[in-house]
Write a protein that binds this ligand. Sequence first.
Ligand code: AQP
Length: 327
Amino acid sequence: MKRFLSGIQATGDLHIGNYLGAIKPCVELQGEGESIYFVPNLHSLNTRPDPAKLRKETLSNIAWFMAAGIDPNKSILYVQSGVSANAELCWILNNFVTMGELSRQTQYKDKSSKKGVEGQLVGLFAYPVLMAADILLYSATHVPVGEDQAQHVELARDIAERFNNIYGDTFVVPEAVVRKVGARVMNLQNPDKKMSKSDEGQSGNILLLDNKESIQNKIKRAVTDSEGLVEFSDTKPAIANLLQIYSGVTGDGIETITAKYAGKGYGELKTDLANVVVDSIVELQTKYHELLKNEDYLLEIVKEGNRKANEIASAKLLEVKVKLGLL
Ligand code: AQP
């Protein structure tokens, strides 16, 4: 039986990259096996968030999952801090990974390059270990993620194999599920850089909360190139990015889209792209706002999700502790 697991951090407003790279694949996989989706709010602590903001964004991500189609009757939807076994297993797994491995993680290198290693919190450095615990504790077979997180899943595989080799079969070795389209949505103003919640200034990010005018303006102002040819190519990253967003939102293949715009300029592509993005985001927003009106209902969903997650996690943690001789 396949078991899918994925999470979206509460670290700011979600963008279309989070949606196409992670949330949409999670929804599509729901029903193809068991699924567990969660908000990794313990991970968010490495940005020292304002408590009220963290609480709000945690519930907001639960609402986005549900607005996109995650059904709490079909999937477990939970919040990381509601299952203390995640943090406990993380501590154990810290002893199955080296500082060298963690310092080679691209996301750590990117994020720490801004402040230098000296000023970095251990929480950021150890982020991939907590992520490994999140995955291994639930025996996930498949982890739908954007491209930026694939390296962390790879490390979780290494940690699982290392543990299994010493203590016998304990953890399922997980596989990352990275979609061909939408796995790395780039910033509209800088197509060499991926869209990120933590970007300073959001003019290059299409946020799931953006209104129609804002989406239209951002796409209209997206950088292009001087060739005027709608082609999907590594040498045309800005156009390739617009095409992958188009494809991710509509489900149309890249070739179908390039054929449609052959001989047409970027203006027409951008206008149509803005329309399809607006249509899909507005539909999501309507459901999202409806869900947010009833916080008690969302809290009930989380409570029940945490209960189910705890059941799975505590059984696996006990197995690990027995193997390690922990009383
Ligand atoms: N630009 C992106 N394109 C496609 N997928 C993306 N993801 C993130 N950015 C893109 C995927 O979204 C999921 C949730 O990510 P996360 O919140 O756990 O952390 P992240 O990968 O660090 O995402 P951000 O948006 O860049 O957030 P910040 O700025 O807070 O670090 C993951 O599956 C991720 O791959």
